[in-house]
Design a binder for this molecule. Structure first.
Ligand code: SF4
Length: 372
């Protein structure tokens, strides 16, 4: 550890009362969230141990996705593929379809690659941060979370919730983007030797339910006595953030072609790149300018193309505006395209942006429909 980190850890130990972790754990024992992948403190005390497969799966899903959105996907995955061997045996296509709608699709490809590797090595996940980080799709945060939660080993688990709690506890005035190392060192100093997994989950739960971004419920907080932001009178001032730069805007057109029987024309995106390997309706390129190459003039084949409105979608690095066109066409699918029957659409690996485009043209088309 760098000398500066060691200094921060020492400061943290001095600043925090000795019973900080035990107060947090006592709060967690009573107020923890019930989550489908979680072993509750009561079960934990009875000797139930978390399944590393379920913890890994949930943590990958939770990268950039909210707990509420993840729950139903998690349940569907473990019902279909109850262990890592089952997931490894599944066709990639099926995994991508089951992931559709969760976003950040490189996670699904890495999930499958990771399952393949772990299954090939006997089905056991490594139990150290270093071993886990060697696997596809597992970075610093996820490896720490799995180490702590699945294996109950000390690790500094720092997600957005924890960053907020620590920024407030210590009134960190450095902008969050530059305070990551400091926050991590402070968390490391707080991790207890006993129940490090529950401690990690307690910190997350505290941030999610008490130390919320707006209107933190400090009166109910088990760490109130040691919180420096509460003394300052306005915890919402933390974490300190630099002003956000506006996202660049890109534009394009999407073409929703429907056959007489309600089938919709789709194609698969290239494996590499944004939304790689996912399914889409034909679209133009997505660029900053609007010209003949990004409008109706660029329709991939002749048809009675009519405007069905505009949809917007925000990606990590840009905002997209797609003008949607709709047409009825007959005949075989053009090369590289395929017809998806109305009752199959909901099971296609369609990212959210494509579902929005299809829904703009044919409301209800991406919802589950019975075969005729
Ligand atoms: S006292 Fe308030 S600001 Fe401080 S950690 Fe608790 S909820 Fe957050």
């Amino acid at each position: 550890m760098a000398p500066a980190d060691q200094t921060r850890k020492t400061q943290a130990r001095k600043a925090m009362p000795d019973d900080t972790a035990s107060r947090l754990l006592a709060w967690y024992d009573v107020h923890h969230r019930e989550l489908p992948w979680r072993v509750s403190p009561r079960e934990h005390a009875r000797g139930v141990r978390p399944d590393p497969y379920r913890i890994w799966l949930s943590e990958v899903m939770l990268q950039q996705t909210t707990v509420e959105a993840v729950k139903s996907y998690f349940r569907a995955f473990v019902e279909k593929w109850p262990d890592v061997e089952a997931l490894a045996a599944a066709p990639t296509e099926d995994v991508m379809k089951a992931w559709a709608g969760l976003g950040y699709y490189s996670r699904a490809r890495n999930l499958k690659a990771c399952a393949d590797l772990v299954a090939a090595r006997g089905g056991r996940f490594p139990d150290t941060e270093a071993g886990l980080r060697d696997l596809p799709g597992i970075g610093a945060y996820t490896s720490a979370a799995i180490t702590a939660i699945a294996f109950d080993r000390p690790a500094a688990v720092v997600d957005g919730n924890v960053e907020r709690v620590i920024s407030r506890l210590f009134s960190i005035t450095t902008p969050l983007s530059e305070a990551k190392t400091e926050i991590r060192a402070l968390v490391e100093a707080m991790v207890p030797a006993a129940r490090p997994g529950d401690f990690a989950q307690a910190m997350m739960d505290l941030g999610a339910t008490i130390c919320t971004p707006r209107r933190p419920r400090c009166m109910l907080c088990p760490l109130r006595e040691s919180c420096s932001a509460v003394v300052s009178g306005d915890p919402e001032n933390f974490p300190v953030r630099l002003p956000k730069a506006d996202k660049p805007q890109r534009r394009g057109a999407a073409f929703v072609a429907m056959r007489e029987d309600g089938a919709i024309l789709l194609r698969k995106r290239p494996e590499k790149g944004l939304l790689g390997g996912m399914t889409e309706v034909p679209t133009t390129g997505w660029t900053a300018r609007v010209d003949g190459a990004t409008t109706q003039a660029a329709a991939p084949f002749p048809g009675d193309w009519r405007s069905a409105g505009t949809i917007t979608h925000v990606f990590t690095h840009f905002a997209l505006e797609l003008e949607v066109f709709h047409a009825h066409i007959k005949g075989d699918a053009p090369a590289g395209h395929f017809w998806s029957h109305a009752h199959e659409i909901s099971g296609e690996a369609l990212p959210t942006v494509m579902k929005k485009a299809i829904e703009a043209a044919i409301p209800g088309a991406t919802k589950k429909q019975r075969p005729h």
